[in-house]
Ligand binder design. Structure first.
Ligand SMILES: Nc1ncnc2c1ncn2[C@@H]1O[C@H](COP(=O)(O)OP(=O)(O)OP(=O)(O)O)[C@@H](O)[C@H]1O
Ligand SMILES: [Mg+2]
Length: 238
């Protein structure tokens, strides 16, 4: 079985000088891989490269065995990817319902979209309670839940999250990460989790890798990466 995401020898730049250097990693189907790194390490740039949004990119990116070569970002997304951007990207002035409808943009099976919304409310009951509320008036945690539910409405087979814990209290992060695990096990959705919150990410992921200035410096099974001396010092403060 091919991997959900296979990145081989990926390098990239915004124009002057490389920002990504020869990166190799995979997210197995049904698996959870954590991409860790400090501010400016190149995490979001890696995601841009996956969507072909970098001006220059070399290497090979495969989704479920198919190359993304020369495909525009929206075509890459249609290969089965749900994206939760950094900063959530929900529309503040729209209601929860309207945000979710936008997640289903392009789908023709409207009754199935309603069923998917109900399914999402199973995971995020608070969104159902706030169905008609404007997204901008939700708490940070609820906005993150909405962003995840919106990404899942498109029925992706791979969910990519860019720093979902950012700005949230540990107890809220715990809640959101448990829901991500539940979705991963119940729906078989593979997850690429970009995080700075290494402790929580290690607990959720089966594979992990750490980036520094555009390079992967440590990678392997999550438990092994978490046990690495340098990683413990730099990311876990131990
Ligand atoms: N649009 C851009 N044009 C030029 N350089 C950029 C651009 N966006 C990011 N960079 C540079 O690329 C490097 C990696 O940035 P990136 O946003 O990928 O880091 P990150 O790991 O996602 O950090 P953070 O945790 O702060 O989100 C940084 O040096 C940054 O200044
Ligand atoms: Mg980033």
């Amino acid at each position: 079985m091919s991997a959900a995401l296979e990145v081989s020898d990926l390098s990239g730049s915004y124009g002057q000088g490389n920002v990504l250097y020869n990166m190799n990693f995979t997210v197995e189907q049904g698996g959870i891989t954590a991409l860790l790194g400090a501010n400016g390490a190149g995490k979001t740039t890696t995601l841009r490269a996956i969507y072909n949004l970098l001006p220059q990119r070399t290497g090979d990116v495969r989704l479920f065995g198919s190359s993304t070569e020369r495909k525009p970002a929206e075509a890459v997304a249609r290969m089965g990817v749900g994206h939760v951007p950094d900063g959530r990207g929900t529309f503040d002035s729209l209601t929860v319902e309207e945000n979710l409808i936008l997640g289903a943009y392009g789908r023709r099976d409207k009754s199935a979209v309603r069923d998917d919304m109900k399914r999402m409310f199973g995971y995020f009951p608070r969104l159902q309670e706030r169905f008609t509320q404007q997204a901008g008036t939700l708490s940070g945690g609820e906005q993150q839940m909405l962003a995840i539910a919106r990404a899942l409405i498109g029925r992706p087979k791979l969910l990519i999250l860019d720093e979902p814990s950012f700005g949230l209290a540990p107890v809220v992060v715990q809640e959101i990460f448990s829901i991500i695990r539940l979705i991963n096990t119940q729906e078989g959705v593979a997850v690429l989790l970009v995080e700075q919150n290494a402790g929580m990410a290690f607990a959720l992921a089966d594979q992990a890798f750490v980036m520094e200035t555009g390079r992967i410096v440590v990678s392997g099974k999550s438990a092994d990466v978490a046990a690495n001396e340098e990683v413990r010092r730099a990311y876990l403060g131990i």
